[in-house]
Design a protein around this ligand. Structure first.
Ligand SMILES: Cc1cc2nc3c(=O)[nH]c(=O)nc-3n(C[C@H](O)[C@H](O)[C@H](O)COP(=O)(O)O)c2cc1C
Length: 193
Protein backbone atom coordinates (compact mmCIF):
# COMPACT_ATOMS: atom_id res chain seq x y z
CA UNK A 1 0.00 0.00 0.00
CA UNK A 2 1.19 3.54 -0.75
CA UNK A 3 2.42 5.26 2.42
CA UNK A 4 0.08 8.25 2.01
CA UNK A 5 -2.84 5.83 1.57
CA UNK A 6 -1.80 3.91 4.72
CA UNK A 7 -1.75 7.09 6.80
CA UNK A 8 -5.39 7.72 5.90
CA UNK A 9 -6.39 4.08 6.19
CA UNK A 10 -5.27 3.80 9.84
CA UNK A 11 -8.47 4.05 11.83
CA UNK A 12 -9.38 4.10 15.51
CA UNK A 13 -11.44 1.00 16.18
CA UNK A 14 -13.87 0.42 19.03
CA UNK A 15 -15.32 -2.96 17.97
CA UNK A 16 -12.99 -5.91 17.37
CA UNK A 17 -13.34 -9.46 16.07
CA UNK A 18 -11.91 -12.09 18.41
CA UNK A 19 -9.39 -13.29 15.77
CA UNK A 20 -6.06 -13.55 17.63
CA UNK A 21 -3.13 -11.35 16.63
CA UNK A 22 -0.21 -13.69 15.89
CA UNK A 23 3.13 -13.57 17.71
CA UNK A 24 4.74 -12.67 14.39
CA UNK A 25 2.37 -9.72 13.93
CA UNK A 26 3.05 -8.61 17.51
CA UNK A 27 6.81 -8.71 16.90
CA UNK A 28 6.47 -6.75 13.65
CA UNK A 29 4.38 -4.10 15.43
CA UNK A 30 6.69 -3.61 18.43
CA UNK A 31 9.74 -3.55 16.18
CA UNK A 32 8.13 -0.71 14.21
CA UNK A 33 7.63 1.08 17.54
CA UNK A 34 11.24 0.52 18.55
CA UNK A 35 12.42 2.30 15.37
CA UNK A 36 10.81 5.58 16.47
CA UNK A 37 13.11 8.56 16.96
CA UNK A 38 14.01 9.45 20.55
CA UNK A 39 16.16 12.16 22.17
CA UNK A 40 19.78 10.86 22.35
CA UNK A 41 18.36 7.61 20.98
CA UNK A 42 17.44 6.69 24.56
CA UNK A 43 14.43 4.62 23.41
CA UNK A 44 12.56 5.21 26.69
CA UNK A 45 9.64 2.88 25.97
CA UNK A 46 8.72 -0.70 26.89
CA UNK A 47 5.70 -2.82 26.00
CA UNK A 48 3.32 -5.06 27.93
CA UNK A 49 1.47 -7.37 25.53
CA UNK A 50 -1.83 -8.35 27.15
CA UNK A 51 -3.84 -11.28 25.77
CA UNK A 52 -4.99 -12.90 29.02
CA UNK A 53 -8.75 -12.53 29.42
CA UNK A 54 -8.55 -11.84 33.17
CA UNK A 55 -6.00 -9.05 32.70
CA UNK A 56 -8.03 -7.54 29.83
CA UNK A 57 -11.10 -7.55 32.11
CA UNK A 58 -9.08 -5.69 34.75
CA UNK A 59 -8.05 -3.05 32.20
CA UNK A 60 -11.69 -2.74 31.16
CA UNK A 61 -12.60 -2.23 34.83
CA UNK A 62 -10.14 0.69 35.08
CA UNK A 63 -11.90 2.18 32.04
CA UNK A 64 -15.33 1.76 33.63
CA UNK A 65 -14.08 3.44 36.80
CA UNK A 66 -12.60 6.37 34.86
CA UNK A 67 -15.86 6.72 32.92
CA UNK A 68 -17.83 6.76 36.19
CA UNK A 69 -15.55 9.50 37.53
CA UNK A 70 -16.31 11.62 34.46
CA UNK A 71 -20.06 11.01 34.86
CA UNK A 72 -19.97 11.73 38.64
CA UNK A 73 -18.18 15.00 37.96
CA UNK A 74 -20.74 16.20 35.37
CA UNK A 75 -18.47 15.55 32.40
CA UNK A 76 -19.76 15.58 28.80
CA UNK A 77 -23.09 13.72 28.40
CA UNK A 78 -21.83 11.47 25.55
CA UNK A 79 -19.44 9.76 27.97
CA UNK A 80 -22.39 7.85 29.53
CA UNK A 81 -22.84 6.05 26.18
CA UNK A 82 -19.14 5.32 25.63
CA UNK A 83 -18.86 1.52 25.29
CA UNK A 84 -16.14 -0.17 27.35
CA UNK A 85 -16.90 -3.77 26.34
CA UNK A 86 -14.48 -3.61 23.38
CA UNK A 87 -11.59 -3.39 25.85
CA UNK A 88 -12.21 -6.94 27.11
CA UNK A 89 -13.06 -8.16 23.59
CA UNK A 90 -9.97 -6.80 21.86
CA UNK A 91 -7.56 -9.70 21.10
CA UNK A 92 -4.36 -7.79 21.93
CA UNK A 93 -3.68 -4.78 24.13
CA UNK A 94 -0.16 -3.38 24.07
CA UNK A 95 0.32 -1.14 27.09
CA UNK A 96 3.16 1.26 26.32
CA UNK A 97 5.16 2.53 29.29
CA UNK A 98 8.14 4.86 29.32
CA UNK A 99 10.82 6.26 31.58
CA UNK A 100 10.11 10.02 31.84
CA UNK A 101 13.73 10.69 32.86
CA UNK A 102 14.97 9.46 29.45
CA UNK A 103 14.04 12.59 27.53
CA UNK A 104 17.45 13.74 26.37
CA UNK A 105 18.75 17.21 27.24
CA UNK A 106 15.39 18.99 26.94
CA UNK A 107 14.94 19.52 30.67
CA UNK A 108 17.86 22.01 30.55
CA UNK A 109 15.97 24.27 28.14
CA UNK A 110 12.25 24.11 28.89
CA UNK A 111 11.54 20.92 26.93
CA UNK A 112 10.88 18.28 29.59
CA UNK A 113 8.58 16.04 27.53
CA UNK A 114 11.12 14.31 25.25
CA UNK A 115 10.36 10.83 26.58
CA UNK A 116 6.61 11.20 26.03
CA UNK A 117 7.16 12.81 22.62
CA UNK A 118 9.31 9.88 21.59
CA UNK A 119 6.85 7.34 23.00
CA UNK A 120 4.06 9.02 21.04
CA UNK A 121 6.11 8.59 17.86
CA UNK A 122 6.61 4.95 18.86
CA UNK A 123 2.87 4.43 19.24
CA UNK A 124 2.11 6.06 15.88
CA UNK A 125 4.69 3.78 14.23
CA UNK A 126 2.97 0.79 15.83
CA UNK A 127 -0.49 1.82 14.70
CA UNK A 128 0.68 2.44 11.14
CA UNK A 129 2.45 -0.93 11.12
CA UNK A 130 -0.74 -2.58 12.40
CA UNK A 131 -2.74 -0.91 9.62
CA UNK A 132 -0.23 -2.21 7.08
CA UNK A 133 -0.89 -5.73 8.46
CA UNK A 134 -4.64 -5.25 7.94
CA UNK A 135 -5.30 -4.62 11.64
CA UNK A 136 -7.11 -1.71 13.24
CA UNK A 137 -6.02 -0.13 16.51
CA UNK A 138 -7.00 2.34 19.20
CA UNK A 139 -4.79 4.56 21.34
CA UNK A 140 -6.78 4.14 24.54
CA UNK A 141 -6.16 6.46 27.50
CA UNK A 142 -9.52 6.28 29.27
CA UNK A 143 -8.11 5.14 32.62
CA UNK A 144 -6.32 6.58 35.59
CA UNK A 145 -2.62 5.56 35.38
CA UNK A 146 -2.37 5.28 39.17
CA UNK A 147 -5.17 2.67 39.03
CA UNK A 148 -3.79 0.79 36.00
CA UNK A 149 -0.16 0.60 37.12
CA UNK A 150 -0.63 -1.80 40.07
CA UNK A 151 -2.96 -3.97 37.95
CA UNK A 152 -0.05 -4.61 35.54
CA UNK A 153 2.81 -4.46 38.09
CA UNK A 154 4.21 -1.38 36.35
CA UNK A 155 7.07 0.11 38.42
CA UNK A 156 6.30 3.48 40.08
CA UNK A 157 9.06 5.30 38.16
CA UNK A 158 7.56 4.49 34.74
CA UNK A 159 4.65 6.38 33.15
CA UNK A 160 1.90 4.98 30.93
CA UNK A 161 1.51 6.52 27.45
CA UNK A 162 -1.47 4.42 26.45
CA UNK A 163 -3.07 1.02 26.09
CA UNK A 164 -3.03 0.24 22.38
CA UNK A 165 -5.88 -2.01 21.30
CA UNK A 166 -5.08 -4.06 18.20
CA UNK A 167 -7.16 -6.50 16.19
CA UNK A 168 -9.37 -7.11 13.19
CA UNK A 169 -12.23 -4.61 13.07
CA UNK A 170 -15.72 -6.03 13.60
CA UNK A 171 -17.12 -3.26 11.40
CA UNK A 172 -15.62 -0.59 9.22
CA UNK A 173 -15.27 2.72 11.08
CA UNK A 174 -15.88 6.00 9.24
CA UNK A 175 -12.93 8.37 9.02
CA UNK A 176 -13.56 11.47 11.16
CA UNK A 177 -13.00 14.50 8.91
CA UNK A 178 -9.80 16.52 9.14
CA UNK A 179 -9.50 20.30 9.14
CA UNK A 180 -7.40 21.82 6.37
CA UNK A 181 -3.77 22.19 7.57
CA UNK A 182 -2.90 25.66 8.92
CA UNK A 183 0.43 26.58 7.38
CA UNK A 184 2.06 29.88 8.28
CA UNK A 185 4.65 31.37 5.96
CA UNK A 186 7.99 32.18 7.58
CA UNK A 187 6.39 33.50 10.80
CA UNK A 188 3.24 32.73 12.74
CA UNK A 189 0.45 34.92 11.44
CA UNK A 190 -3.11 35.31 12.72
CA UNK A 191 -4.16 35.61 9.04
CA UNK A 192 -3.69 31.85 8.69
CA UNK A 193 -6.23 31.26 11.50
C1 LIG B 1 -3.28 10.49 22.94
C2 LIG B 1 -4.58 9.95 22.43
C3 LIG B 1 -5.48 9.41 23.33
C4 LIG B 1 -6.70 8.85 22.89
N1 LIG B 1 -7.54 8.27 23.81
C5 LIG B 1 -8.67 7.68 23.38
C6 LIG B 1 -9.49 6.96 24.30
O1 LIG B 1 -9.22 6.86 25.49
N2 LIG B 1 -10.63 6.39 23.82
C7 LIG B 1 -10.98 6.46 22.49
O2 LIG B 1 -12.02 5.91 22.14
N3 LIG B 1 -10.21 7.11 21.59
C8 LIG B 1 -9.05 7.69 21.99
N4 LIG B 1 -8.22 8.30 21.08
C9 LIG B 1 -8.55 8.20 19.63
C10 LIG B 1 -9.12 9.49 19.05
O3 LIG B 1 -10.45 9.66 19.48
C11 LIG B 1 -9.06 9.37 17.49
O4 LIG B 1 -7.72 9.28 17.11
C12 LIG B 1 -9.70 10.57 16.77
O5 LIG B 1 -11.08 10.63 17.02
C13 LIG B 1 -9.49 10.51 15.25
O6 LIG B 1 -9.98 9.31 14.70
P1 LIG B 1 -9.03 8.33 13.85
O7 LIG B 1 -7.93 7.89 14.78
O8 LIG B 1 -9.89 7.18 13.41
O9 LIG B 1 -8.49 9.10 12.69
C14 LIG B 1 -7.02 8.87 21.50
C15 LIG B 1 -6.10 9.42 20.59
C16 LIG B 1 -4.89 9.93 21.05
C17 LIG B 1 -3.89 10.46 20.05
Amino acid sequence: MEFSELIKKRRSCRAFKNTPVTQEQLQTIVEAGQWAPSPLNQQPFQFIAVTDQTVKAQIQKTGIEAKQTVVDNSGPAWVKKYPMNFVGECPLIIVVVYDPTKGGLGSYFEQPHGALQSTSACIQNMMLQAADLGLDSLWFTFFSPSVLKPVLDIPKELDVAGAIMIGKPAMEAKAPPRKPPKVHEDRFSTEAE
